[in-house]
Ligand binder design. Sequence first.
Ligand SMILES: C[S@@+](CC[C@H](N)C(=O)[O-])C[C@H]1O[C@@H](n2cnc3c(N)ncnc32)[C@H](O)[C@@H]1O
Length: 249
Amino acid sequence: MLNRIIKIGELPFKLAHYLNILDEFKNLYYKRPIKNNVGGMRSQNMFWLWSTVKLFQPKTIIESGVWKGQSTWLLRNAAPTAKIYCFDPTPPWQHNEYYKDELAEYFIDDFSNFDFDNNDIFAFFDDHQNKVERIKQCKEKGINNLFFDDNYETNVDHLTLSHVFNILRNGSDYNYLVEYLETYIVFPSLFKLNSGDYYRKDMMLFDKRSFSFDSPLNIENYSEYYSLFSEYQNEYGYNYHWPTYVKIK
Ligand SMILES: C[S@@+](CC[C@H](N)C(=O)[O-])C[C@H]1O[C@@H](n2cnc3c(N)ncnc32)[C@H](O)[C@@H]1O
């Protein structure tokens, strides 16, 4: 098997910085407003998103793909004073259970139709749209710090970065990413995966060799974290959905 691209550049912060706030995340996550967030992010990806935003403290956050609003709640807790712009053709209040942030602004048009004047922007995409296009749109707008959910290697319903890097391996999208990505980090699962090397091979190539750190964190040794991060453990392998940080040059 050819080497797979799972990491370009370095983690934006030292791993210790992330681990130091694991406890804080645990206490926060138990207070989440939406207890059943099927269709949205769960604890594993939420941890990496929350910790990254918390460490960056951007002035402005763009969220594309809101669903019921759980990730908006998470972003608000990570950066309490940030200006948050939420984009989703279906606003959260159209769900029975939802979170609406009083300070955020909500839009049903695509984020690409808007201009932003602040240059300290962190953009989070969980909208199942073509990820290479999202990177191009951000580059055009001068947005450099990005976070993607669902960076599956096998395309499920949209073009992913992992697919371009590891399956396509060439072509204009591949060349574009190689030229313009300064950092590309696929965050690891917080668990050692015990469902074999592969899980749902058809969809996601759940391969422990694909993690960007040599060893996943193995926090199953700590029962206090186990119950938190093993939610929905029979589905999609411990709710891990390839959370990915990108910095554009
Ligand atoms: C996976 S859900 C988002 C989950 C949410 N981030 C969470 O963790 O709870 C995907 C959302 O993307 C929205 N969506 C679809 N097309 C979109 C677009 N062009 N821009 C923004 N959101 C879009 C869907 O309506 C859906 O609510």
